[in-house]
Design a protein around this ligand. Structure first.
Ligand code: PLP
Length: 295
């Protein structure tokens, strides 16, 4: 069943914010829940998932929990059983006003440096105005190198390709660099000339009636849950779906390209390195409807 969320386009009051701790349930939003030597805070040593909350429920919870388990395995992290994480998500989302869309984060750090179990908590907050603007208006994107070839991470597990780790300082720096350069987002490239992914989203593009994405396993990009769901439903839009490597020049020449992610949903790429793309607003709306996001 698909639910289109017209009633949730307004953001809730800024003070609404939910925090829930594994085994404790919902706590005060300003309750101290991390020790000063928590390795998540000290080293970004941990994993997380970000989910869209719609009609009072997390979207694609199974897929996110499966990816979180994969991230934990890559980091050799003792993630609690799935049933406990599911209950944590349920508790957090139950405290969120169901008429508003929201952002659910599930976080698991390695725990205290002095030795402890993992630290696990969840937050629910509003969808930022900048995210809703990108849904409506699309994004101007700049390419930026990641400094390694496309196939490096596939054969270098210590680089944690495919894991959604808490070490997002570089990702956030890329977005600040894009903003400072007059753009909205970044498309990471490899040293051998391929487009990979964006710091918080997956590249998809339309070419020859096929919706394409970049293969995750071979490149070490994050396997996007939103892109996977969209490619699995591409038939509803009359398209085939497939994966391949792509260059930025091919993205520019495509019939349209988008960045997909759990909370933003779909953002049309308006320009890449200043060159306009053929991305059609109508097709963007069609994709957004298939994904069930408000505009
Ligand atoms: N790639 C990266 C690096 C991300 O951080 C994200 C989302 O956070 C994505 C892709 C998109 O993944 P998803 O659609 O599961 O949100």
């Amino acid at each position: 069943m698909r639910i289109v969320l017209e009633q949730t386009t307004l953001a809730p009051p800024a003070e609404v914010h939910v925090v829930a701790v594994l085994g404790e349930g919902v706590v005060a939003p300003d309750a101290p829940i991390l020790r000063a030597d928590d390795l998540g805070a000290l080293r970004g040593d941990g994993i997380f998932e970000t989910l869209h909350v719609r009609a009072g429920a997390p979207w694609l919870l199974d897929e996110h929990l499966a990816r979180m388990a994969g991230s934990a395995a890559r980091l050799q992290l003792a993630l609690p059983p799935e049933a406990e994480l599911r209950e944590l998500a349920r508790q957090a989302v139950a405290a969120w006003p169901a008429q508003h869309e929201g952002t659910l984060r599930l976080i698991c750090t390695r725990g205290a440096e002095s030795g402890s179990a993992v630290t696990v908590f969840a937050t629910v907050g509003p969808v930022a105005a900048s995210i809703r603007k990108a849904r409506r208006e699309g994004v101007a994107v700049l390419t930026a190198t990641q400094g390694f070839p496309a196939d490096l991470r596939g054969s270098a597990p210590w680089l944690l390709g495919g894991a959604k780790t808490l070490s997002y300082a570089v990702n956030m720096a890329c977005l600040r660099w894009a903003t400072a350069s007059g753009a909205d987002d970044v498309l990471w490239t490899s040293t051998d000339g391929y487009a990979l992914e964006a710091p918080t989203s997956t590249l998809v593009w339309l070419e020859g009636g096929t919706l394409w994405s970049v293969p995750a396993e071979a490149t070490g990009i994050l396997a996007g849950t939103t892109a996977r769901w969209l490619l699995d439903h591409a038939g509803e839009l009359g398209w085939d779906a497939a994966e391949r490597l792509v260059t930025p020049a091919e993205v520019i020449d495509s019939d349209g390209a988008w960045l997909t992610s759990s909370v933003r949903g779909v953002a049309a790429i308006r320009t890449l390195d200043g060159t306009p793309l053929k991305t059609s607003p109508q097709v963007t709306d069609d994709i957004r409807n298939v994904l069930g996001f408000p505009s």
